[in-house]
Design a protein around this ligand. Structure first.
Ligand code: ADP
Length: 620
């Protein structure tokens, strides 16, 4: 007896229901409910969990039996049918519909009812569980049979295949019939029963649950493919093995590709002339190539595990730590610096280091790869060149300055004589005096220009960018006058401020615009001054539409003292463009000339973008 279980008496005659319910009430401890007709019964069934409900159907009426309509293949409720008399047809109908038991009403039957109801419910539950199991097995079997993964079962004693799923048959190309006569050994490249038995032994012996290994299978057409096999021993009767095989051709191919690219990388790493190192994002050395060992003078074993700071010159350690920190923050994907390394023998070597941070699949796999080029010679040569330039500058400065002193009396006296001794001197002598004065002025101009050229490297850096446009306007004002180019239009576009000393910016544009006015101004079209950006450079230009530069002069006009063929009737010293180029190069830029489309020359000044902010300027 179970008071949690509900007994639902269903019939069509209310009198009948009342009668039976009355009898049941005195005999059972179940919760008793009644329903007159299937509609009411359905509502009750829906309200009570099927596990705690037994329907007592009076008579085997079709409408009442309809309450049994199967759900997912098993009867919806546990039903006991009570007949008022022995009726074979009704009994068969009820049992076929899914009723659990059919009884003929009698006092003895009613007395036994509690036990009967418990049995009915238990039987219904068991039936439903069986049905569920069958459902699952069918569904699972279907999944296994149609899975692309290859699934084999084979007899533990004979090794003959019991079942081979569709995925496997499709891949290996054998039919079900063929496979029935075969064993796993028939799929092996070199069948060796003894070795196979050795493999199976730990599974048979129970020491191991499953076995995972890689192998190669042969298809019916003779082709091979690599597989990963998961093997399991199943203690059923008769005992069998289940093998789940995964075709790993694609994985193998990917692995082989990876190995090939790894091998390529290895060979590059080993033969590269540049030093290479693989490091943690904190600069700890994981691997170095032979070139890096040669560069640093240390053996690979001496470097691995140490920090790159240990082979860095003390003065460059902070900068090195900074760029590793920048890499770790992911701020820059790659950093490049020129730094000094300390060799094992104590020597200092300059290297151009490029370090990139590479991320593996998870953060812990992040590592850095560094490339070092030995630039010691280059740095030494650069230092020597700077020294030589400095000496030359000092020399030119002194000479230009010292030569100016005697020029003043030469010019002054020749002027004085032309004015005061005009009556005592003949025409020829006066012409000579005029020539002396003219040459004196020319020489003075030359010396002024030379001094400018020499001073370029000695000008103080500005603390803030200089408004290029304002400087150009000033230059235009000073150039406007009765001299050559008067009345020529100069169009000035947008010009970015530059972090160069103002006097140098002024000299750049004074020379270029001055030349354009003197050599090309007469052509009528305006001279254009503007700016463009290309390849990480800011490029200022001065474009004229004049005669252009003769081919023969092109390679020389930036040399000091060089004057072109078109300069014969124009005053000049040949130092202007040399000064322009010197200034540009001092600020890591350059000056060059291009032909203006349609005729004329376009002089260009290219600077790295850093020149706009002042980062990387030479310390004057
Ligand atoms: P200078 O003008 O004193 O001769 P520069 O160094 O400024 O010296 O110029 C060198 C030479 O380049 C000039 O003598 C001239 O032949 C040529 N040149 C410079 N600018 C132009 C220009 N805009 N058009 C044609 N030729 C030019």
């Amino acid at each position: 007896m179970n008071s949690a279980v509900e007994l639902l008496v269903v019939g069509t005659s209310t009198a009948e229901i009342e009668r039976i319910a009355g009898k049941l009430k005195t005999r059972t401890g179940y919760q008793l409910r009644t329903a007159s007709g299937p509609v009411e019964a359905r509502a009750r069934i829906a309200a009570c969990p099927a596990e705690r409900l037994v329907v007592v159907a009076l008579r085997a009426e079709r409408r009442t039996l309809a309450l049994l309509e199967p759900r997912d293949g098993y009867p919806r409720v546990a039903m006991l049918v009570l007949l008022d008399r022995d009726d074979t047809a009704a009994t068969v109908r009820a049992l076929n519909a899914g009723a659990i038991d059919v009884l003929v009403e009698s006092p003895a039957v009613l007395d036994r009812l509690p036990g009967t109801i418990d049995a009915v419910l238990a039987k219904w539950r068991q039936r439903r569980a069986e049905q569920l199991a069958i459902d699952y097995a069918a569904r699972f079997g279907h999944i296994l049979a149609s899975a692309l993964t290859e699934i084999y079962t084979f007899d533990a004693a004979t090794l003959r295949f019991i079942r081979v799923n569709r995925g496997a048959r499709k891949n290996i190309g054998y039919s079900k019939q063929e496979l029935r006569k075969m064993t796993p050994l028939d799929l092996k490249l070199a069948p060796d029963r003894e070795r196979f038995e050795e493999l199976l032994h730990p599974l048979r012996a129970g020491g191991q649950e499953t076995l995972r290994f890689e192998s190669v299978h042969r298809r019916k057409d003779g082709s091979f493919y690599p597989v990963e096999i998961l093997l399991q021993f199943v203690r059923v009767e008769p005992p069998a093995f289940i093998a789940v095989c995964l075709d790993i051709s694609e994985r193998k191919q990917a692995e082989e590709k990876l190995q090939a690219s790894e091998a390529r990388f290895r060979s590059i790493f080993n033969v590269a002339a540049a030093g290479m190192a693989i490091l943690t994002p904190y600069g700890e050395v994981l691997e170095v190539n032979p070139a890096f060992c040669a560069f640093s003078g240390f053996a690979a074993e001496e470097l691995i595990g140490r920090n790159i700071a240990d082979v860095t010159h003390p003065d460059d350690r902070e900068a090195t730590a900074d760029y590793y920190a920048a890499l770790r923050r992911g701020q820059d994907p790659i950093v490049q610096i020129d730094k000094r390394y300390l060799r094992k023998d104590g020597q200092v070597r300059w290297g151009h280091a490029s370090v990139a941070c590479l991320s593996g699949r998870d953060r812990s796999e992040t590592y850095c790869i560094g490339l070092v080029q030995d630039i010691t010679r280059h740095k030494e040569a650069e230092a020597k060149r700077r020294e030589a330039y400095a000496e030359l500058d000092a020399f030119v400065h002194t000479v230009a300055h010292d030569l100016r002193t005697p020029l003043t009396p030469i010019i002054g006296i020749s002027e004085y004589l032309q004015e005061h001794a005009a009556e005592v001197l003949d025409r020829t002598s006066l012409d000579f005096l005029a020539d002396i004065e003219k040459s004196g002025h020319r020489m003075l101009a030359l010396l002024e220009d030379l001094l400018t050229l020499a001073r370029v490297g000695h000008v103080r850096q500005p603390s803030a960018p200089v408004a290029t446009r304002r400087v150009v306007d000033g230059v235009l004002k000073s150039l406007a006058g009765p001299s050559a180019g008067a009345g020529i239009k100069v169009e000035v576009g947008e010009l970015s401020p530059l972090c160069l000393p103002e006097t140098l910016v002024s000299q750049l544009f004074d020379n270029l615009i001055g030349n354009a006015l003197r050599y090309a101004g007469a052509a009528g079209k305006p001279i254009e001054v503007g700016e463009e950006r290309r390849n990480g450079q800011v490029i200022f230009y001065v474009r004229d539409h004049g005669p252009g530069i003769p081919e023969e002069d092109l390679g020389h006009i930036f040399e000091a003292f060089y004057r072109g063929r078109n300069a014969r009737r124009v005053n000049g010293t040949g130092i202007g463009l040399a000064t322009v180029r010197k200034i540009a190069r001092l600020y890591h830029g350059d000056a060059w000339v291009e032909a203006t489309p349609g005729g004329g020359s376009t002089f260009k000044l290219g600077f790295p973008l850093a020149a706009l902010t002042g980062v990387g300027n030479p310390s004057a």
